[in-house]
Design a protein around this ligand. Structure first.
Ligand code: NI
Ligand code: MN
Length: 227
């Protein structure tokens, strides 16, 4: 599978023959430089929760990808389907088979409301199983023992995308424990550096994972990587 990192928690994963975009937020991230959100092409948008730093560019992306389907918790589906977008509702614990593979919606410990303050359902993470590999996008979350359920209920993970910036989510030290809970040694960091509250020391973060024989990958916005 191929990952393009658009900064913060926004990544495009090309897997199972489809383009899966997570948490479209590019405009307003000072680190993304010249990335043009209008040029992003995707078949699905997976929404972990509806804070503005996760859906800020969702409708812009949908304008350029009118056939894309939004995958989110029930309230996210209700909000966007009422606006005329194609959606697929899920809720925590459930699996669904799509044309790119299977998705399980899993717990995240955080909050979720739309930018106008209206209820956004609960925050979630996704486990995605495709012919090209299995990965977990944790969304915004604290460290939680619920993560231990993932290896008990899902195929082995090849890769996990974990928040590491602290303040709003777990820090990288907790993310090392999370990687133990989910039994995954290849971690892509997200939700760090984008604004002042979540600046991290890259060297120290990588060292904390390396100490446990794990690899923390910190991608530059715009960077593509094959896994
Ligand atoms: Ni959030
Ligand atoms: Mn966030």
């Amino acid at each position: 599978m191929k990952i393009t990192y658009y900064g913060h928690s926004c990544l495009l994963v090309e897997a199972g023959g489809k383009r899966l975009l997570f948490d479209p937020f590019v405009t307003g991230n000072p680190l993304v430089g010249a990335i043009d959100v209008n040029s992003i092409r995707c078949d699905y948008i997976l929404v972990t929760h509806v804070h503005s730093d996760h859906i800020g560019d969702l409708e812009t992306v949908m304008q350029h990808n009118p056939n894309a389907v939004i995958i989110g918790i029930w309230e996210v589906h209700a909000h966007y389907s009422a606006k005329g977008y194609a959606t697929h509702p899920m809720n925590k614990g459930g699996w669904w088979s799509f044309d790119f593979g299977r998705v399980k919606m899993v717990n995240a410990v955080h909050s979720s409301s739309f930018p106008d303050g209206s209820y956004g359902g609960e925050p979630v993470g996704f486990v995605v199983e495709t012919a090209d590999g299995v990965f977990y996008h944790a969304g915004d979350t604290a460290l939680t023992r619920d993560m231990e359920l993932i290896p008990m209920t899902c195929p082995p993970l090849d890769l996990a995308i974990l928040p590491i910036g602290s303040n709003f989510t777990m820090n990288y030290q907790d993310a090392v424990l999370a990687s133990d809970f989910i039994r995954c040694n290849q971690i892509v960091g997200c939700h760090y550096d984008s604004f002042g509250y979540i600046k991290i020391d890259h060297k120290a973060a990588k060292a904390a994972f390396a100490e446990k024989g794990k690899d923390l990958i910190l991608m530059e916005p715009g960077e593509k990587k094959e896994f």
